[in-house]
Ligand binder design. Structure first.
Ligand code: NAD
Length: 499
């Protein structure tokens, strides 16, 4: 067990600058309009730095830098680009605690997660795409005796990327790694709630990249995100965020006829079949653990298993034990490595979750545990903490249909396999799902029948770089991770040549 000192305090592994500007053309650049906004830590609610408030002028400056850098970067041999991505990964790995604690402080999440999962996954994504670009091959096929068709991969040029606040560094690297590997220059806008983590990371790796290949413009959605997403000088926009914002992004992109990748919201079912309770063994324990995963990252995960569906034969017994398991989740100071659930990322998010807890009660759902803010006292008293909450209700309720994006689980009973599939697919979303069964046939059938881009079977919340990730229905368009991602950042050039 370790408790990291608060940034700025003696012994801390992180010290933030009092002010963060935009990162453009390899250097920090003050905002054109000279405005800054405050950045509070959700751990105590206190401001810890201020951040440049970007506008269209800043976006244009970043696009100038990106366009200047893109041609040379795109022409670098894949092995050289891969080498740079690997060096970035090594640099981050050597500074793991600095990056992990900085992100935890800015986002409120438990540092045991940033240390063990978020940052190591980001490092692995860089290495994966360094390998993928070196392994990518074009093709040649004979059309007739005199003619061949060659297919080449070319970078798109300059791409825009807009990310949310729930995994500030992982979401940035999910987007940057394939884009850079494929030879593009990038203008990225972080979320206004968590702009600084990516700057902490850029401070570590900036010298490895040619100036202008990665540019970061901070700011708010309409002021900085819209001028980027609707800009005629980008060849693609990649977005992760809410479904409602995703619709706007697609409208902007349609004006310029550029491709979009949209990673949007979810309301993922986590289905527990009766055979889980056949024995009280390690598998059973793992399923209980899988149930409690709704609280991972404070529930602020697009694939949060926020609807648990439990089969009638074991319903009461399993639910009782699963609620007990939920009550063992340790809530506390996010900088304590024993803490499993920290603070919600912002005051707005905190208020939104509490209002959904009220809605659940008004709808007649029963609170089995939690249902209130957690008052942790001391310096954490001003932070945004909510107790993991389990509701029992039915799938027509708003708490089963709308994305809450917090540690709030809605549980319903199902009778048989067909009933489970009906409830699981009765949602606008289709991002993630979990299936728990000892029977391989049941698990396989359910995995195929659930309309979601990622189905975890007998596990949950694993995100290896080589597994494709993305949404069905209103959860998005396109995929991230997996080497197929390179196709989302490249043009295919065909040359049909006669000899
Ligand atoms: P959001 O849509 O409010 O904001 C996301 C980003 O979009 C922010 O950077 C914001 O400034 C920007 N933005 C807002 N309005 C904009 C506009 N009009 N034009 C351009 N940019 C704009 O989402 P959020 O609240 O930050 O993130 C939470 C959401 O993200 C949840 O719905 C969650 O499910 C989703 N999410 C999805 C995935 C996935 O991979 N599918 C991963 C993480 C989060």
């Amino acid at each position: 067990m370790a408790v990291y000192a608060n940034p700025g305090q003696p012994g801390s592994v992180v010290s933030f600058k009092p002010r963060y500007d935009h990162f453009i053309g390899g250097e920090y650049v003050a905002p054109a309009k000279g405005q800054y906004f405050e950045n509070p830590t959700p751990i105590t609610g206190q401001n810890f730095t201020e951040v440049a408030r970007g506008t269209a002028d800043d976006v244009e400056k970043a696009l100038d830098a990106a366009h200047a850098a893109a041609p040379a970067w795109g022409k670098r041999p894949p092995a050289e680009r891969a080498d740079i991505l690997n060096k970035m990964a090594d640099r981050i790995e050597a500074n793991l605690e600095l990056v992990a604690v900085a992100e935890s402080w800015e986002n409120g999440k438990a540092c045991r997660e940033t240390l063990a999962a978020d940052i190591p996954l980001a490092i692995d994504h860089l290495r994966y795409f360094a390998g993928a670009i070196r392994a990518q091959e074009g093709s040649l096929s004979q059309v007739d005796e005199d003619t061949v068709a060659y297919h080449f991969h070319e970078p798109l040029g300059v791409v825009g990327q807009i990310i949310p606040w729930n995994f500030p560094i992982l979401m940035a690297i999910w987007k940057l790694a394939p884009a850079l590997a494929a030879g593009n220059a990038v203008v990225l806008k972080p979320a206004e709630q968590t702009p600084v983590s990516i700057h902490v990371l850029m401070d570590l790796v900036a010298d490895l990249l040619p100036p202008g290949v990665v540019n970061i413009v901070n700011g708010f959605g309409v002021e900085a995100g819209k001028p980027l997403a609707s800009n005629k000088r980008i060849s693609k926009i990649a977005f992760t965020g809410e479904t409602t914002t995703g619709r706007l992004i697609m409208q902007y992109a349609s004006e310029n006829l550029i491709p979009v990748t949209l990673e949007l919201g979810g309301k993922s079912p986590n289905i527990f079949f009766d055979d889980v309770a056949a024995q009280q063994d390690a598998f059973y324990d793992k399923a209980l653990e899988g149930f409690a995963m709704f609280a991972l990252n404070q529930g602020e995960v697009c694939t949060c298993p926020s609807r648990a569906l439990i089969q009638g034969g074991m319903y009461r017994e399993f639910l009782e034990q699963a609620v007990k398991r939920t009550e063992q989740i340790k809530q506390g100071n996010p900088l304590d490595t024993d803490t499993q659930i920290g603070a919600q990322a912002s005051n707005d998010q905190f208020e939104k979750i509490l209002s959904y807890i009220d809605i659940g009660r008004q709808e007649g759902a029963k609170v089995l545990t939690g249902g209130e803010r957690a008052d942790l006292g001391g310096e954490l008293a001003g932070g945004y903490y909510i107790r993991p909450t389990v509701f029992e209700g039915n799938n027509s309720m708003r708490i089963f249909q709308e994305e809450i994006f917090g540690p709030v689980l809605s549980v319903a009973r199902f009778d048989d396999y067909a009933d489970a599939m009906k409830i699981a697919n009765d949602t606008l979303y289709g991002l993630g799902a979990g299936v728990w069964s000892r029977d391989a046939t049941t698990a396989y059938r359910a995995g195929r029948e659930i309309q979601a881009g990622r189905v975890w079977v007998n596990n949950y919340h694993a995100y290896p770089a080589h597994a494709a990730f993305g949404g069905y229905k209103q959860s998005g368009i396109g995929r991230e991770n997996h080497k197929m991602m390179l196709d989302h950042y490249q043009q295919t050039k065909n040359i049909l040549q006669s000899y």
